[in-house]
Design a protein around this ligand. Structure first.
Ligand code: HSE
Length: 401
């Protein structure tokens, strides 16, 4: 029997308990042993909850109980999750987490600590919720030289962009509605400014490179400047606007970024709508592969945490190999990366724009007060200089092929 402790009885933590209870027979069969929730750590009490007698408030009870071999850290945030995870690993207890913030900040250190103590630090649920993506990168695509990961990694922003596209609505109105329905947080910055997607692409990129991609060095732009007019143009161009988190090896170096992009209808991520997430991975032998599903939510995320517990049960006393060193990956300056841009300027700037960007394709979507166009491929730096020379734009969105 594997004795499990759950740290944090919130949405994901209670989901872990529910998944283990609901799918008990199949999970125990796949684990080759029985999983038992022995403790639930939370500051609160849960009178009337079927697991109320498992609730404890002192982490040391869990730490000092030799029977507990797996800890699910579903608290979120850095502290005390970081302290508890370190103490657990030092005591030889495996940790399975959904905490993307902690993994992005301290992933390589905690993996190393797990190795030294013959246990595991597993984090399938930290990216893409219930979508298996950490395991494929770690254990499945091991014959590949991976050179690109492109993902829709945030459900809230994908929901907002999808609603804007379908209803012709503006960002602020859709955000308000999403908050009222509980699809978006009351403090939405982490999602709408791209910070959540940034941490997730940092984790995926670190696994891809086997070294640390520092999320603080990833260029990150959110969706707050996208308007209903942008979608009118996107439709005309047979494109959609998606918040992409990407990292790519190019002939000039390796870059990572999060930003809204216009993608064409033949792009595999075009039809990823609503709260769904997808990750599109390119390897030099396999070519493209894509992983799609529910990137958030209680049961999908908890399912991924439980899959990690099953992995721990299958490897007692052993560390499952994971390559993620502390050494940092050198990232290209985003100013040197190259792409095309969709640009909207005031109608009276048409000639100036055409002169500054020598080769452009006009996009006429019937908005008479504006002139819109697509540039040639150029560096971000060149683009910024040219657009500044004509006094800026109404908006600009990067293009992805
Ligand atoms: N806020 C996140 C999202 C939750 O919207 O995708 C899952 O990490």
């Amino acid at each position: 029997m594997i004795q499990v402790a759950v740290l944090g009885y919130g949405t994901v933590g209670s989901g872990v308990v529910e998944v283990i209870e609901t799918n008990k027979a199949v999970i125990n069969k796949k684990a080759g042993t029985e999983l038992n929730i022995k403790y639930i750590l939370d500051l609160r009490d849960f009178p009337g909850d079927p697991y109320e007698d498992k609730v404890v408030h002192d982490f040391n009870m869990i730490l000092e109980d030799p029977e507990v071999t797996v800890i699910c850290e579903t608290m979120g945030g850095i502290d005390p999750a970081y302290t508890f995870s370190k103490k657990a690993l030092l005591a030889g207890k495996s940790v399975c987490t959904s905490n993307k913030e902690l993994v992005a900040n301290h992933g390589s250190e905690l993996i190393q600590l797990a190795k030294e103590n013959h246990c595991n630090y597993l984090f399938e649920a930290s990216v893409g919720g219930g979508i298996p993506i950490i395991r494929p990168l770690n254990y499945s695509l091991t014959a590949e030289k991976l050179d690109a990961i492109t993902g829709i990694l945030n459900g809230t922003t994908n929901y907002i962009l999808t609603k804007m596209e379908e209803d012709g609505a503006d960002f602020a109105d859709v955000l308000k509605e999403a908050q009222e329905k509980g699809y978006a947080e009351r403090k939405p910055e982490a999602d709408v400014e791209g910070y959540d997607a940034c941490r997730k692409i940092a984790i995926l990129s670190s696994l891809m490179k086997g070294k640390t991609v520092n999320y603080e060095k990833i260029y990150t732009e959110g969706i707050t400047k996208i308007t209903s007019a942008d979608f009118i143009y996107a439709k005309k161009m047979k494109r959609s606007v998606k918040l992409l988190a990407m990292s790519k090896g190019t002939e000039d170096g390796f870059f990572a970024m999060v930003a809204p992009f216009m993608i064409p209808e033949e792009h595999p991520l075009f039809n990823v709508k609503g709260v769904f997430n997808a990750v599109y991975v390119h390897g030099n032998m396999l070519g493209d592969s894509m992983y799609y599903g529910r990137g958030a939510g209680k049961l999908p995320t908890a399912s991924a945490v439980v899959s990690d517990i099953v992995d721990c049960a299958r490897h007692p006393g052993k560390t499952i190999m994971c390559f993620w060193d502390a050494e940092q990956v050198e990232l290209m300056d985003i100013a040197d990366t190259k792409r095309r841009f969709f640009v909207r300027v005031k109608a009276e700037k048409k000639e100036e724009a055409a002169a500054a960007f020598s080769s452009i394709e006009e996009v006429n979507a019937g908005l008479t007060e504006e002139f819109a166009f697509v540039t040639d491929v150029m560096t971000e730096k060149e683009f910024d200089e040219k657009i500044a020379s004509i006094g800026g734009s109404i908006n600009r969105i990067r293009l992805e092929n």
